[in-house]
Design a protein around this ligand. Structure first.
Ligand code: ADP
Ligand code: MG
Length: 286
């Protein structure tokens, strides 16, 4: 794994930009005004390490999707700055931003978002076709072999299982060989077996193909596939965990759960590890 043990999300953000696929500096996102005003992101500073698999977790409404959309340049920030590589998105014209998203960013959504009238193969190459770019055949072959769907390429989405459709969506996100892939709850609609296939594929795309993946999830098992977990709460970074396992994520969540969550679901005692220690990014010796 390429990820050096970080000491904090703030520290990640001040790593040399060359080590970060994306970063946000003092990012605030406010929706609405007056009584309807919601601060979805509250002065967040963080970095997404290159060549690593980062998971983002947090309660519903904590700002996970907003963070993804802002980091990906799908939504503008109210204040602060977002960088993809060394490019500050706030300074780009709409046209340049669209081009950067097309060329350097991949997306995977919870609902797959495949085009129903196209075959799996056509869906995978759609971003290239739209961009008028000739596919890198060797790269596409690697992607298609890694998702293990070569015998399904002529099928349309309706003829594929949910897990297969999501693997096609992952391959589509990878087709342009982007600098960074954002996946918002990519296993939210999948059973555990299909989830495992998709999560394994995303991890292989990082480990074997050198990709960078950021994934929102509420599932500790899914987060256990990542190299780093960033926890959000109320639009702020609540902590992070390097080299997570599902159990360590559960321990972290149990120790940092708000009182109302703890009341409805009493946490198991989780001895020997303090949330404060992990939130400073100490890698527990296990
Ligand atoms: P999460 O993905 O963690 O569930 P979101 O990023 O979707 O959280 O939302 C964070 C907060 O911002 C929530 O309070 C949500 O209601 C609010 N929010 C998100 N999108 C919008 C929007 N388009 N307009 C107004 N409020 C929004
Ligand atoms: Mg969301």
């Amino acid at each position: 794994m390429t990820l050096a043990a970080p000491t904090s999300a703030e520290a990640l953000a001040v790593l040399p930009p060359g080590d970060l696929a994306a970063r946000g500096v003092h990012v605030t996102k406010v929706y609405g005004q007056g009584n309807a005003r919601v601060v979805a992101l509250d002065m967040i500073t963080l970095g997404i390490p290159k060549g690593a698999y980062t998971a983002v977790m947090g309660p519903s409404g904590s700002g996970k999707s907003t963070l993804m959309h802002c980091l990906a340049g799908l939504d503008s920030v109210t204040s602060g700055e977002v960088y993809i590589g060394d490019v500050a998105l706030g300074r780009l014209s709409d046209k340049r931003l669209t081009r950067l998203r097309r060329d350097r960013v991949g997306f995977v959504f919870q609902m797959f978002n495949l085009v129903p009238t196209l075959t799996a193969a056509e869906n995978i190459t759609l971003p290239l076709d739209i961009a008028g770019v000739k596919p890198d055949r060797a790269w596409l072959d690697t992607v298609i072999d890694t998702i293990g769907l070569r015998d399904r390429l002529r099928h349309r989405p309706a003829e594929l299982s949910g897990g297969q459709q999501q693997r096609v969506a992952c391959a589509r996100a990878l087709a342009t060989r982007p600098d960074i892939i954002f996946a918002d709850e990519p296993t939210g609609n999948l059973d555990s077996r299909s989830s495992a296939e998709v999560l394994s594929f995303l991890r292989r795309s990082v480990r074997e193909m050198g990709q960078t993946v950021v994934m929102v999830t509420h599932d500790p098992v899914a987060a256990g596939y990542a190299d780093l977990v960033i926890f959000l709460n109320d639009g702020r970074i609540a902590g992070q965990l390097a080299e997570p396992t599902a159990q360590r994520v559960l321990d972290w969540l149990g120790q940092s759960a708000p009182a109302d969550a703890a009341a409805s679901d009493p946490p198991e005692p989780a001895p020997g590890r303090s949330a404060a220690g992990d939130s400073k990014g100490k890698t527990a010796g296990q």
